[in-house]
Design a protein around this ligand. Structure first.
Ligand code: FEO
Length: 383
């Protein structure tokens, strides 16, 4: 696949993977993108997961048409991209590696060597001339690891964006970009909004016509759409109006209250996303929590704590710097309900959360008093 005469795609699709990064389901697989720039000097942009080394090296060889790469630019050391670096360096012993100082430290840790004598350090603002193309390096720490650099090629105005603007899903499957890009972003980079904002500021100063991420499709049109979404996500803004309800239910009573609340909210014209935390993809529920501006947490008291799936869910939120939301609680406890208190304590360190005055306290089954509380909560959430 070529997207320009001189910049060629040499990545691979992975349909064998069960869990990306050991935790995310990827029903449509995963793409590990890599590119080669053919000019007076030849630069390879990142490698792929080592399970696909042979396929990737074949793709590269075909595009090289007998030439040898001068540079391997390693933007990110996570093994889904660096897994073929050591093999590549054996096959092409004259190639230099271009990476951040921290990436070379990681190479020593991963491969037992940092390729001394073959290093070119890519600092912020440094550039590399390939002939007609010129690579400019942009440090992007914590998007998604500390060693990350992005690369701006100024002639064709291409931003090689590392993990940013990537998504789950292989490139030989059709699916909407935003859904799997959001689940990917919130899951993987969600905690590092401040760092993403810093990189977006740097990107705003560049004339970008194409974004080449390390996952997902090459973005060539309507780039403002993708940049706007990244701005919303990284500033923890509200992407979609509506209410997300995340719940657990042991015998169906909490669920009954949740469904009643959803019905009341929908009657009032609210969009509602309901997630049963014991059965849904946890990453989808986490994505929804960051997407909408209002969230209802509904769960049972359990071992004087909250039900395990809710505990896991709230941990996912707090470790990703959950903030700027309206939060409501529904709790259920047959003899000593403590779930609301526990959940509120778990959320204590989150910035700028607004709690509703209305809440629901179920003592075993949904009572007529609970129905009134649900109506009051629906009213408050629609204000
Ligand atoms: Fe796609 Fe952070 O590696």
């Amino acid at each position: 696949m070529k997207f320009s005469k001189d910049i060629r795609y040499i990545g691979v699709n992975d349909h064998e993977i069960d869990l990306f990064e050991g935790q995310y389901i990827v029903p449509n697989g995963m793409a590990y993108n890599s590119y080669v720039i053919i000019d007076e000097k030849v630069a390879v942009m990142d490698t792929v997961d080592e399970r696909f080394s042979a396929e990737w090296l074949k793709n590269l060889e075909k595009e090289l048409a007998g030439r040898k790469p001068d540079y391997l630019v390693v933007q990110h050391m996570e093994p889904d991209h660096s897994g073929s670096v050591a093999e590549f360096m054996k096959i092409y012993p004259d190639t230099k590696v271009v990476a951040s100082t921290m990436a070379f430290v990681m190479m020593k840790n991963f491969f037992g060597t940092n390729f001394e004598g073959r290093q070119l350090i890519a600092k912020e603002g440094a550039s590399l001339d390939l002939g007609n193309h010129k690579l400019n390096f942009v440090e992007a720490p914590m998007v998604h690891w500390p060693e990350v650099i992005m690369t701006y090629e100024e002639t064709e105005k291409v931003l090689f964006s590392a993990d940013a603007f990537g998504k789950f899903g292989a490139l030989d499957t059709e699916e909407e970009w935003a859904c799997e890009a959001r689940r990917y972003y919130i899951g993987i980079v969600g905690k590092y909004g401040v760092q993403v904002q810093a990189v977006l500021k740097k990107a705003a100063a560049l004339d970008i016509q194409t974004i080449c991420p390390l996952h997902g499709p090459i973005l060539t049109e309507n780039l403002g759409y993708y940049l706007d979404l990244y701005n919303t996500w990284s500033s923890y803004g509200v992407e979609s109006e509506g209410v997300v309800i995340a719940y657990t239910s042991v015998y169906g009573n909490t669920k009954k209250a949740v469904l009643k609340l959803a019905e009341e909210l929908e009657k009032k014209g609210q969009k509602v996303a309901v997630n049963d935390l014991a059965r849904c993809d946890m990453a989808e529920a986490v994505e929804d929590a960051f997407r909408y501006g209002k969230i209802v947490l509904a769960t049972t008291t359990y071992n004087a704590d909250v039900f395990p799936f809710m505990k896991e869910f709230i941990n996912h939120l707090t470790e990703r710097n959950f903030q700027n939301k309206t939060v409501a609680f529904i709790e259920n406890g047959s003899w000593a309900p403590t779930a609301t208190r526990v959940m509120k304590t778990m959320l204590e360190k989150c910035a700028n959360l607004k709690y509703t005055e209305a809440g629901v306290k179920i003592m075993s089954a949904v009572s007529s008093e609970n129905e009134k509380q649900i109506e009051a909560l629906a009213d408050e959430l629609c204000k």
